[in-house]
Design a protein around this ligand. Structure first.
Ligand code: CA
Length: 219
């Protein structure tokens, strides 16, 4: 999963990027509205965290313009717990909002819920045959026993699980799992898939030649 954070306070932006990456997401940052809108329009994000008070184009304007072309889930950061702001945000097409100051763990929980809703997977627990993926605890169990995955392996598995029954192309994986800081990591896609198969069984992830990977709906 790949997230964009648009926030003009450098310390807050850095700490949010760090927290989101530690939670296993790929994450890009933007320090003003123009850069935020450019990235949101041109890259494939699973969610956008958008501050309202930004230099230049503010968060409202970014959201209004983005909604002309994209349905990417947006979580607005408001400085005031004003009902007016919340109503305006939801009317403009925001999917959720959080009042500053907030707890990072709450931001991460809301991001996970947003991404699940957008993928039509409202359940935090995904059961796939004898594998259970808990997207809140970020754990994977095979026949009731916890399987240890690296952060990358987990992220890849979760993305495939959320899109179960559909072929996920390599391009989609590059776009959703890796951020601007990653370069050589993307070459390791096959290695990650191979490691997940070793842990969960070879048939768990199907390779569709020339297309990508799939967790079959029938598993
Ligand atoms: Ca701000």
């Amino acid at each position: 999963m790949r997230v964009l954070i648009v926030e003009d306070e450098p310390d807050l932006l850095d700490s949010l990027l760090k927290a989101v990456r530690e939670d296993g997401y790929a994450a890009d940052g933007a320090a003003d509205g123009d850069d935020g809108l450019f990235k949101a329009e041109n890259y494939e994000y699973d969610a956008v965290v958008l501050d309202i008070m930004l230099p230049g184009m503010d968060g409202w304007e970014v959201l209004r313009r983005l909604r002309k072309t994209k349905r990417t889930p947006v979580l607005m950061l408001t400085a005031l717990d004003a009902v007016r702001d919340r109503v305006r945000g939801l009317d403009t097409g925001a999917d959720d909002y959080l009042v500053k100051p907030f707890d990072t763990s709450e931001l991460l929980a809301r991001l996970r819920a947003l991404i699940r809703r957008a993928a039509s997977q409202p359940q935090p627990r995904l059961e796939i045959g004898d594998v259970v993926v808990d997207t809140v605890a970020r754990t994977v169990k095979l026949q009731g026993r916890e399987v240890t995955l690296t952060a990358r392996e987990y992220t890849l598995l979760e993305f495939l699980a959320v899109h179960r029954g559909k072929v996920v192309t390599r391009t989609m994986l590059y776009e959703h799992l890796f951020d601007e800081n990653d370069d050589s990591m993307s070459n390791l896609l096959d290695v990650h898939v191979s490691n997940i198969r070793k842990k969960l069984g070879h048939a768990f992830i199907t390779t569709r030649r020339g297309h990508g990977y799939c967790i079959e709906a029938a598993l």
